[in-house]
Design a protein around this ligand. Structure first.
Ligand SMILES: [Zn+2]
Length: 276
C-alpha cells in the first residue's frame, strides 16, 4: 500500500507487505494496482490508496511513525526510513513511491486533455482518443562533492532548508547538457567556483517526485565562494575538523542517511558523522 510518499511499516522497520486477502477493509480504498516485479516466484504489487483513505489515517507528521486506522499498519515517509529498510524493501518502496508520484501528476493527456487509461500494469498511460503513449519520467540531477586543493569540502545551505542544514551542491541537468557540464554549470552559477576534473561516483533514485541523482566528486580550481543568494543563501569550505566540530556542537545538520549526499559527505570525511 502506498499513500503519496508514505509507505506502511511493521516494527523493525520492514515494509508491511500483505497478501491480496489480507487487505481487509482497506480493499475499498484501493484506487489503482501497480506491478512492481517479482522475486523468488513472489509477485509484488503496489496498492494505491485514495486521498480520502489517506485523510482518514491520523499519521501526517513527517517524522513520526504513527498508528493508522484499525489495522496494525503504521506509515512513514520513505525519505525518513529508507536507510533503515532492507535492500528489497527499499527497492520496492522507492519504485512504488516514484510510480505513484507519476500517476498522481498525470491524469490527463497532455495533447488533448482526455482521461488517460492504465496499461502495462501501471507502467504506461494511454490516451483513448489520440492513442499517445506516456511513460514514467525520470529527471536526471547532479550532486557534487566539490573538494579544493587543501582537501576541504564545499557545503551549501539552500534558502528553503531549515536554518542549520548544509549539504552538497545539486541541480537538474538541462536539455542539451551532459552530466559533467551540469556539474560545472551548477557549481559556477550557485557558488562562483570554477571546477576542474570531474569523476563519477554513483547514482541514486530519488522519487520526490522523479529524480535520478548522479553523484560526482569534483576538484575546485578556485576557492572564492559567492553564494548566488537565490538557490543558496550560504556556501563555505569545511575541513574535516571544522565539519565534525560544527556537527558535534549542533551548529550544522547534515542531510539524512537515506540520501546519497550523506554518503558523499561521509566518504570524503572518512567515517560516520553523528546525526540522523
Ligand atoms: Zn490525447
Amino acid at each position: 500500500m502506498v499513500r503519496g510518499a508514505l509507505v506502511p511499516l511493521r516494527g523493525g522497520p520492514v515494509l508491511d507487505l500483505r497478501g491480496p486477502s489480507e487487505l481487509g477493509e482497506r480493499t475499498g480504498d484501493v484506487v489503482r494496482w501497480l506491478y512492481l516485479g517479482s522475486q523468488d516466484d513472489v509477485g509484488y504489487l503496489a496498492a494505491v490508496l485514495s486521498d480520502d483513505a489517506a485523510a482518514d489515517s491520523p499519521t501526517d507528521s513527517p517524522t513520526d511513525v504513527a498508528a493508522a486506522g484499525a489495522g496494525a499498519d503504521r506509515w512513514a515517509l520513505l525519505r525518513d526510513v529508507g536507510a533503515a529498510l532492507s535492500d528489497r524493501d527499499a527497492g520496492l518502496a522507492t519504485m512504488a513511491v516514484g510510480l505513484v508520484a507519476w500517476h498522481r501528476s498525470l491524469a490527463h493527456c497532455p495533447r488533448c486533455g482526455a482521461g488517460l487509461l492504465v496499461e502495462e500494469s501501471g507502467w504506461l498511460l494511454r490516451c483513448p482518443l489520440d492513442a499517445s503513449a506516456h511513460y514514467p519520467r525520470t529527471d536526471p540531477a547532479v550532486i557534487v562533492a566539490l573538494v579544493d586543493a587543501s582537501d576541504r569540502l564545499l557545503l551549501a545551505h539552500a534558502t528553503q532548508w531549515s536554518p542549520l542544514r548544509f549539504s552538497t551542491v545539486a541541480g537538474f541537468v538541462e536539455p542539451g547538457e551532459s552530466a559533467e557540464q551540469a556539474v560545472r554549470r551548477e557549481v559556477a552559477e550557485e557558488t562562483g567556483v570554477r571546477v576542474g576534473a570531474v569523476a563519477y561516483l554513483g547514482s541514486q533514485p530519488w522519487p520526490f517526485p522523479a529524480s535520478l541523482m548522479l553523484a560526482f566528486r569534483a576538484a575546485a580550481e578556485t576557492t572564492e565562494v559567492t553564494a548566488d543568494g537565490v538557490e543558496l543563501s550560504k556556501a563555505r569550505w569545511f575541513t574535516r575538523a571544522e565539519l565534525s566540530g560544527d556537527v558535534d556542537a549542533g551548529r550544522v545538520t547534515l542531510p539524512g542517511r537515506t540520501s546519497i549526499a550523506r554518503l558523499m559527505i561521509e566518504d570524503w570525511f572518512g567515517g560516520t558523522l553523528p546525526g540522523e
